[in-house]
Structures are given as C-alpha cells and as structure tokens.
Write a protein that binds this ligand. Structure first.
Ligand code: C5P
Length: 220
C-alpha cells in the first residue's frame, strides 16, 4: 500500500503542531518553498528529530553543476526524498544521481496543475501522454528512482516502466480541486499503483486535520 506524505504548505507554528501531533504515525513530511525559504534547518531538523522521513520538494531545475550542488546540500540536511525537474536535462540528472547518496531522487514529469493546452502552448507537438512518457524515459535512463506524476497517467507509466510513483493532486470524494487540474480520488491513486500519495490542502483545510489524517491512513 502507498505511503502518505503530508505537504506542509502552511505556517511554521501550524506545521510544528502537526508534526508533534502525528508522532509515530507512518507519515512522510514534505517541505516546500513556503517553509523551506523562511525556516530552512529549523523545519527540516525538527522533522528528522521527531523520527519522520523528510521530503524536500524544491523541484530543482538548473544547469548540471548547480543541480549537483543542490543535491549535495539536500543530502547534508538529511533529505530522504528530493524533487528535480526532468526538463533540467540528461547531464543535470546524471550529476544529481552521482551525488544523491541515500536520497531518493524524484523526477517531476508534468505538474498536476497543467493540462494538454499548456504543453501545446510551449510549442510541444506531441500529446501530453507522449510528453510525459519521454520525460519518464529520460529520467529513469539517468538512474532517477522515482517519478512525480498525476494518478491519471500512472497506469500508462506503470505499464511501461518500473519506478517509485509519487502522486500529488489527490482528493477525497467531494473535496475542491483548488489549482490542481489532473486530480484523482484517493481510491483511484491506490488502484493505479501509487507508492506515495501526497496530500496538502485536504488535510490542512480540514476542520480537524488529525482526524482527516487518520481517515486517510485507514484507506491505505
Ligand atoms: O494541496 P495539494 O494536495 O494540492 O498539494 C499538493 C502538493 O504537492 C503541493 O505541495 C505541491 O507543491 C506538490 N506537487 C504537486 N504537483 C507536482 C509536484 C508536487 O502538486 N507535480
């Protein structure tokens, strides 16, 4: 069954409350721009100290040398998972893999907030499925272990490749999609073979976030 990852896209005090309240639960905490830029080590150290796995969602996208430096710094912070945009290119991905040590690198395919029209708008003249397959193939051939993808493309990707599937854009029945476009329900994400489900606002906006986490864990 997939692991649950909570996207800590919230303020520091609330994040601390959640981390403390969920001690010993089988959860991964994901730190993105909001907390990382302002709190850096304070938040990453806390997650590790409390015994959780740390997912650094920095979506690195740069030249090979800069990517290499970023991955090495993430390793120093004790990151267990780190996102890299596959569009950084082959050389950058290879550099990332060389210095990843214990980090599971996750290649970002097409953001779940984007649709076919966005891909066409970049002048890419293939379907979004082929675009995603091309990116996946590139990442995996460079030694990247995991892919971040929508639950919608998961069956296609799983039919072609062997990889660790990280699925954001997941909602419980009836919840708002917010800015996400390629959204799936949690049951579909599980059925389609997600290895990690990433959920943020479903939990953060819930009246009782801890109860919501327990509800989600019961489904996994
Ligand atoms: O609130 P919600 O559940 O939509 O949050 C999804 C989380 O997953 C956010 O932190 C977002 O940055 C992240 N993410 C994503 N799509 C990707 C990669 C990461 O939504 N392709």
């Amino acid at each position: 069954m997939p692991k649950l990852c909570i996207a800590l896209d919230t303020d520091y005090d609330r994040a601390v409350e959640l981390i403390k309240a969920l001690k010993n639960k089988p959860i991964i905490f994901k730190v993105g721009y909001k907390l990382f830029i302002s709190y850096h080590r304070r938040i990453t150290d806390l997650i590790k100290r409390e015994g959780f796995e740390l997912f650094l969602d920095l979506k690195l996208n740069d030249i090979p040398n800069t990517i290499k430096d970023g991955v090495m710094s993430a390793a120093e912070l004790g990151a267990d998972y780190l996102t890299v945009h596959i569009t950084s290119g082959k050389e950058a991905l290879e550099e990332a893999v060389k210095v990843a040590k214990g980090i599971k690198l996750l290649g970002v395919t097409l953001l779940t907030s984007l649709e076919e029209d966005h891909v066409k708008g970049w002048g890419v003249c293939i379907s979004k499925e082929d675009y995603i397959l091309n990116l996946a193939s590139l990442a995996l051939s460079c030694g990247i272990e995991g892919l971040v993808c929508s639950g919608k493309e998961l069956p296609l990707l799983k039919s072609k490749f062997n990889f660790f599937a990280v699925v954001p854009g997941v909602r419980l029945y009836g919840e708002p999609q917010d800015d996400q476009k390629r959204v799936v329900g949690i049951e579909e994400a599980i059925k389609n073979g997600a290895d990690m489900i990433v959920m943020g606002r479903s939990i953060l906006k819930a009246e009782d976030p801890i109860r919501k986490v327990e509800e989600i864990l019961a489904l996994l």
